[in-house]
Design a protein around this ligand. Structure first.
Ligand SMILES: Cc1ncc(COP(=O)(O)O)c(C=O)c1O
Length: 383
């Protein structure tokens, strides 16, 4: 299989991730922090080391500001629902994944918040337009760092500075950038950073993280055992345990730890440049076939991650193309709306969507050639 669906989840993982999980599962898969024996301590150490690596990579305030989550959706929901109060104003954009749009839309529909959705232009937000939407009631600005449909990296820094100056909180959805784009929390005033462990940090599914900056005090929705102090009648207030309850996915986190080590050793920008170079081949092919094909959004390789969507020729459904690529050519891509309906409406590709290609660090130029030759073969005769 030629896997070009890394924006959904990365595959394959670096070999060290498989080895780390196998070793951990066979030697140390005890309940972290609960029992005090050496296996429990080894398990706890994986959590500590992983928090340390996250803090090193993203330059957060301290390791205890990092909480582990099930995925990015979980992290975003903990952040949004733990922060906003009735009557707040919240700003978001039309580029967002449903894991941001839906919780906010539900709060707005229930009459609990006032929601402003700022429109993008060819896949990019205009920072001034977002900043102009900030009011004294704006408590939260929740934006994606890179659009998952289009791969376009957003101008977050000036927005985050304006949000901070206005006394609001900035939540950044880094699902498509963590591990691919440099994010320096010591320089950027981002209050909460959410991402999955299973995309460009190369952990397994079932992993994710939320950074909760020192200005933020989130209400937890999950209370229970933390493995530490069992004597108090209510959930501990101390971070990170305040926002973590129950046995964590420590096996998955053993994999994430190895993935983080791999990313730190390889360097973040290396992967982005590799993926963008592969996508450049696709962009060039589309330019040669522009009578029938187009890309979604603008192409600026300096502000792009490794995801790109194609508008197929008139009358050919992206879902059909996706199925033929899979069954006849063993190529995995993602057709459809990519959990982001607002941007497809904006681009006029709703409801059929587009064809998204997202290479990863192990893809080669030959993989892209196979994909493009397959597209030409499928559509030859139909157009
Ligand atoms: C921009 C963005 N945000 C959030 C998510 C949700 O991530 P998860 O599937 O880990 O919950 C995704 C997943 O594709 C995404 O691309």
């Amino acid at each position: 299989m030629i896997y070009l669906d890394n924006a959904a989840t990365s595959f394959p993982k670096p070999e060290s991730v498989y080895l780390a999980m196998d070793h951990f599962a066979r030697t140390s898969l005890a309940n972290p922090g609960r029992s005090g024996h050496r296996m429990a301590l080894a398990s706890e150490r994986v959590l500590d080391d992983t928090r340390h690596l996250l803090n090193t990579l993203f330059k957060g305030e301290s390791t205890d500001r990092w909480i582990f989550t099930l995925n990015c959706t979980d992290a975003l929901n903990i952040a949004i629902k733990g922060l906003v109060n009735d009557g707040d104003h919240v700003i978001t954009s039309d580029l967002e994944h449903n894991s941001v749009s839906r919780p906010l839309q539900a709060l707005a529909k229930a009459g609990r918040i006032r929601l402003t959705r700022v429109a993008s232009h060819e896949g990019y937000l205009n920072a001034d337009e977002v900043i102009a939407a900030i009011t004294p009631e704006t408590r939260l600005v929740a934006l994606t760092h890179a659009a998952n449909v289009l791969g376009t990296i957003q101008p977050i820094e000036p927005i985050a500075q304006a949000v901070r100056a206005a006394g609001g909180f900035m939540l950044l959805d880094a699902a498509q950038t963590a591990g691919i784009v440099d994010i320096n929390l010591s320089k950027m005033p981002i209050d909460m950073l959410a991402f999955p462990g299973h995309k460009a940090l190369y952990g397994p599914t079932g992993t994710g993280a939320l950074y909760v900056g020192p200005r933020v005090n989130l209400r937890p929705w999950r209370e229970g055992g933390t493995g530490g102090d069992s004597s108090t009648v209510t959930h501990p207030e101390i971070m990170p345990y305040k926002l973590e309850g129950g046995t964590p996915n420590v096996l998955g986190l053993a994999g994430l730890k190895a993935g983080l080590e791999w990313v730190i050793e390889r360097g973040v920008e290396v992967s982005r440049l590799h993926e963008v170079a592969l996508l450049q081949k696709v962009v060039d092919w589309v330019a040669e076939h522009s009578d029938h094909w187009a890309i979604g959004g603008a192409w600026d390789p300096t502000r792009h991650v490794g995801a790109l969507s194609l508008k197929p020729p008139e009358g050919i459904a992206p879902s059909e193309l996706g199925a033929i690529l899979d069954t006849s050519f063993a190529v995995a891509i993602r057709p459809g709306l990519h959990c982001a309906p607002y941007i497809h409406k904006r681009l006029g590709t709703f409801p059929d969507g587009m064809l998204r290609i997202s290479p990863g660090p192990f893809n080669t130029p030959e993989h892209i050639d196979t994909f493009l030759n397959a597209l030409a073969e499928i559509t030859d005769g139909l157009i």
